[in-house]
Design a protein around this ligand. Structure first.
Ligand code: HEM
Length: 315
């Protein structure tokens, strides 16, 4: 097993190492008796903070999520460096909020995701996925799976559900890529801190502007899309302000596009590297798919495949 002293999660180089190495590293961290503290990365636009602990065990993450008074979200859940001012909320909406504000946004947003709306999205995911695969099978793809399928599927679903037309897909995808670029020079200029900050804010503003303009139209003339449900929702006298709608949209497209794109791309990669698993699924697809895609119900998904006793939560 790797030594924890040799693992540095802050080093960008760690994330470029092969899967197998990273799996071994996380295994070593999970089995180590103590939580490991790391230096924060040096980022141009923010001051370096006091460091962070890497919670690598499911039990530790569950424990942290049950203690919001100790592990707050308001100072940022999705980036290690603390962003200045209100930027956490601007880019992260409710994912970066604590109650009671988190509960308010959550109440309004959950009401918009009605069972009927969810069913529509589910049907849409199936039909769009089939369309994309048919296009590729007919030879219309570029040959890049991420570009042709993994990125297009979530983008189309999210834009359709919000009521955003196809002509804006490019704007939404580009802005998402900039916001989540990290230190990837392909999407975010690595020049001066100002240049980076301007690019990030520009991406946020383009998404916010898009949804605010759409929101105004849907307030005047509601349709059956999610934007109409969000801007017209009034739960016990509460509704979303323009700023809250803009930030929620940034969260929705960023959270929805990047995660799903990676999950689909990694899924194909894993099936390619483990053809026995692919054969098992394809052999009886309808019967096996529901279990293959079932989400964890609170127990650690790893524990089913792990015969060894699991270490208890660390204090
Ligand atoms: C593989 C796919 C996905 C993964 C791995 C993922 C992961 C996560 C994680 C780890 C959180 C934070 C939970 C917490 O704060 O405790 C989160 C929150 C959130 N995700 Fe996802 N997500 C995925 C897909 C999506 C999609 C498709 C959408 C929307 C279309 C979405 C929207 C959100 C929202 C709105 C929140 C904030 C919820 C809240 O604070 O109450 N996610 N997601």
């Amino acid at each position: 097993m790797l030594k924890v002293e040799d693992i540095n999660l802050t080093d960008w180089g760690f994330w470029r190492r092969p899967h197998d190495y990273r799996h071994e590293a996380f295994k070593a961290l999970r089995w180590h008796p103590d939580l490991i503290r790391y230096e924060e990365p040096l980022v141009e636009i923010v001051e370096q903070g006091p460091g962070y602990y890497a919670l690598t065990r499911h039990a530790d993450v569950v424990e942290a999520s049950r203690r919001p008074q100790d592990f707050c979200s308001g100072r940022g859940t999705i980036s290690i460096p603390d962003m200045p001012g209100d930027l956490h909320e601007y880019f992260g909406s409710m994912i970066n909020m604590d109650d009671p504000r988190h509960a308010k946004i959550r109440r309004i947003v959950s009401r918009a995701f009605s069972p009927r709306m969810i069913q529509r999205f589910e049907d849409k995911v199936e039909s769009v996925a089939a369309e994309l695969v048919e296009e590729i099978a007919a030879g219309h793809g570029t040959g890049d799976f991420v570009q042709d399928v993994a990125a297009r599927l979530p983008l189309k679903i999210i834009c359709d559900m919000m009521g955003i037309g196809e002509e804006k897909y490019g704007t939404v995808l580009d802005a998402t890529n900039v916001i989540l670029a990290g230190n990837d020079a392909e999407f975010l200029p690595t020049g001066s801190a100002e240049e980076m900050a301007m690019a990030l804010l520009g991406a946020g503003e383009s998404l916010k502007g898009l949804v605010e303009e759409l929101g105004r139209r849907r307030r005047a003339e509601p349709t059956d899309d999610l934007t109409s449900a969000l801007v017209n929702a009034n739960i016990d006298g509460e509704s979303l302000t323009d700023q809250e709608l803009g930030s929620f949209f940034i969260l929705l497209v960023v959270a929805g596009n990047e995660t799903t794109r990676n999950a689909i791309a990694h899924g194909l990669d894993l099936f390619t590297r483990h053809p026995d698993q692919r054969a098992l699924l394809v052999e009886d697809f309808d019967a096996r798919m529901p279990r293959a895609s079932r989400r964890s119900s609170g127990t650690c998904p790893r524990s089913s495949g792990c015969a060894a006793p699991r270490p208890a939560t660390r204090r």
